[in-house]
Design a binder for this molecule. Structure first.
Ligand code: FE2
Length: 246
């Protein structure tokens, strides 16, 4: 069932005690071990950034130390996972000023910025922010578009984004149906119709949007025979990690 390729998980709240993901280092290590057991080799550690939480997770020495501390703990326990840097940046508030100041951690230091919106955000504000990302010479990787109400109503908006070179990052849990029926239907549609979608766990805990990829691989095998799992879980995320054009 598991692929013979290294899975890269592009979106994971694995850094301890920086957001509503893992709360302790033990929890982070448990998540990593579970991911590794399902074929994941690389995890982009993407704490929430620029939310209303006082922990803003902008680019800083302590944040960079947090990736390194987790990597050291993984190495010490011989858990075969490589941590790549990142953040899940919420487009709100002073988003543009922080973009200009280069306060956001991109995915592994690449041109790709994992960008999320409030679920009820207006399409016009989304477009405004996506253009701001592009004006900063970055490429938006749009976190879980299938969860946004405007995309559930009009999936064509997201397929248009993809045609314009913006990357759609679909959540594993949406496809598996654990994030509601609308998200499930929209995720399936985007996976089938959008240009170059990728899938990631958006894991928060061992048992909250789990980092284990097994059920996803089974679902792709069973229900999406036209989708190459290697492309959405390895090839495209690897291009992002290497800062190559998708
Ligand atoms: Fe997330």
């Amino acid at each position: 069932m598991l692929g013979v390729y290294a899975v890269l998980d592009l979106h994971c709240h694995i850094l301890p005690n920086l957001d509503d993901g893992a709360q302790t280092m033990d929890e982070s290590l448990e998540m990593a071990a579970l991911a590794a057991s399902s074929g994941v080799h690389y995890i982009f550690a993407t704490p929430h950034c620029n939310t209303r939480d006082p922990r803003k997770n902008y680019r800083s020495a302590p944040l960079i130390a947090a990736y390194e501390t987790l990597q050291q703990a993984l190495d010490d326990r011989q858990i075969p996972i490589t941590i790549l840097s990142g953040a899940e940046v919420l487009a709100r508030g002073d988003f543009e000023a922080h973009l200009e100041a280069e306060d956001f951690m991109t995915l592994n230091g690449s041109r790709y910025l994992l960008t999320e919106f409030y679920f009820d955000e207006a399409p016009a504000y989304m477009e405004h922010c996506l253009q701001a990302v592009e004006a900063a010479r970055l490429v938006p990787v749009i976190a879980h578009p299938e969860r946004y109400f405007c995309i559930q109503r009009n999936p064509g908006l997201a397929t248009d984004w993809a045609e314009r070179g913006r990357i759609l990052q679909i959540n594993k849990g949406s496809l598996l149906g654990t994030l509601g029926q609308s998200a499930c239907l929209t995720a399936a549609l985007l996976l089938r119709r959008a240009v170059n979608p990728v899938i990631a766990s958006d894991a928060h805990r061992v048992n909250l949007r789990s980092p284990h990829m097994g059920p996803l691989l089974e679902l792709l095998d069973r229900s999406f025979p036209e989708i190459d799992p290697r492309l959405v879980l390895h090839t495209l995320p690897l291009k992002i990690a290497k800062d190559e054009t998708v």
